[in-house]
Write a protein that binds this ligand. Structure first.
Ligand SMILES: O=C(O)C1=C[C@@H](OP(=O)(O)O)[C@@H](O)[C@H](O)C1
Ligand SMILES: C=C(OP(=O)(O)O)C(=O)O
Length: 427
């Protein structure tokens, strides 16, 4: 079920913002922790999880297949694995993490598990993971396009072994298979064949977390991941603040010449903080880390950049917004696969930035953005939280940016409108 659209006038800043923001846990880490906890040999605790549509639906999906998930405490979700079983129905919403991480787990269940989601979820690519699972002996019915709706006919076990996949459309195909692979009878040796796999840091997050749960993983050969069969340990997962969710808040410091600190940032992170720092620095920010957190300071001056965003493709909307406010042109490439994200983000950004007055050239794999004086527009959000973040960033500097629906931010940060208004009020 999707809620009624909630139009929202993005607030403009009257001066530099200055704030420490506390954001909930990483969507990607929470999703992995929940799946690993569900497949473990004992109870787990997920501390400081993200509570948002993607992770609530993940928890609901796991409950549907037999896992006890107690999410009553915001700070600490408790999971007690049980025998995985159907029949069950899983609503994936618009979450890539659910539609790619849960079918392999459902294959381990005894019984039928049906997956479906929001209208646009049916357009998101799934075929490669479906075909890889079939090659591993799993019975799956998929739509004519190879995607949702999907029915996994779990046999209570997956034999596993060797599989080949083209994961150029999403790193989540690989992550999804790897997360369940220790529970496959023969484990898994997965080989990617095709154009490069995007989002390498997300793959590293998957292998780090698998090892932290006791799995034996070899990724020494490029594009090959080998996971030995064996138990996953229940444990306590401490989730880091969501770095991608923080990106628009950092952008606010940069657009207004202010300063934003992400509180609670760990000394060592499993998220691609190095790449984010490089990008924000090239765009004109100063980034520092201290006991207070990760701080981004803007000078009020933004520079155009040429960048390959394939490792951090989910940052493309916010980086594009910054590029549209910069002092020179930018070229952002290497992200063809984001045409299969929550919406076709390349087309959506070209259209909406163009409507606001920027001169945008669309490439198959990215965008060239020539800043121009921007003006008010009704900004279509396409049910995409990060299109909403991009609009909010533009709105700081351009009065009259009205989002067609700010409600879509509930995918990863339901409190976004309030947090953003609070930040801008301190400008
Ligand atoms: O595994 C994950 O948690 C994610 C991987 C990436 O997916 P793609 O490789 O499809 O871009 C990223 O964009 C997405 O937001 C989250
Ligand atoms: C691509 C994204 O999400 P998903 O996990 O649904 O793929 C995103 O959050 O930018």
């Amino acid at each position: 079920m999707t809620a009624e659209p909630r139009p929202w006038l993005a607030p403009s800043a009257s001066g530099p913002v200055g704030a420490t923001v506390r954001l909930p846990g990483s969507k990607s880490m929470t999703a992995r922790a929940l799946v690993l906890a569900a497949l473990a040999d004992g109870p787990s605790v997920v501390e400081r999880p993200l509570r948002a549509r993607d992770t609530e639906l993940m928890a609901a999906g796991l409950r549907a297949i037999g896992v006890a998930v107690d999410s009553s405490d915001d700070e600490r979700w408790r999971l007690e694995p049980g025998p995985l079983r159907g029949p069950a129905r899983v609503d994936v919403g618009l979450a890539g993490t659910i539609m790619r991480f849960l079918p392999p787990a459902a294959a381990l269940a005894e019984g039928t598990v049906e997956f479906d989601g929001d209208p646009h979820a049916r357009n998101r690519p799934l075929r490669p993971i479906v075909e890889a699972l079939r090659s591993l002996g799993v019975s799956i019915d998929a739509s004519a396009t190879g995607g949702l709706p999907l029915t996994v006919r779990g046999a209570g076990l997956v034999e596993g072994g060797e599989a080949v996949i083209d994961a150029s459309g999403s790193s989540q195909f690989v992550s999804g298979l790897l997360l369940s692979a220790p529970r496959f009878t023969k484990g898994l040796v997965l080989r990617h064949e095709g154009p490069p796999v995007p989002s390498a840091p997300h793959l590293r997050m998957t292998t780090h977390m698998l090892r932290a749960a006791g799995a034996v993983v070899d990724e020494s050969v490029p594009d090959v991941w080998a996971v030995e069969p064996g138990p996953l340990r229940g444990r306590t997962w401490v989730i880091e603040p969501d770095l991608s969710g923080a990106a628009p808040f950092f952008a606010a410091a940069m657009v207004t010449g202010g300063s934003v600190t992400l509180g609670g940032w760990p000394a060592e992170s499993w998220q691609p903080v190095g790449r984010l720092v490089e990008l924000l620095t090239a765009l004109g920010a100063e980034v520092t880390q201290s006991a207070d957190g990760l701080t981004v300071r803007g000078s009020g001056q933004l520079h155009g950049i040429t960048a390959d965003l394939s490792e951090v493709s989910e940052l493309t909307p916010v980086v594009s917004a910054l590029a549209a406010l910069a002092d020179g042109p930018s070229e952002l490439r290497g992200v063809e696969h984001i045409r299969g994200h929550e919406t076709d983000r390349i087309a959506a950004l070209a259209t909406e930035l163009g409507k606001a007055g920027a001169e945008v050239t669309e490439f198959r794999d990215g965008l060239r953005i020539e800043p121009r004086p921007l003006h008010q527009t009704d900004w279509e959000t396409y049910a995409d939280h990060r299109m909403a973040h991009a609009a909010a960033v533009i709105g700081l500097a351009v009065p009259g940016i009205t989002l067609t629906d700010v409600g879509c931010t509930s995918k990863t940060l339901p409190e976004f409108p309030e947090l953003w208004a609070g930040l801008v009020a301190r400008s």
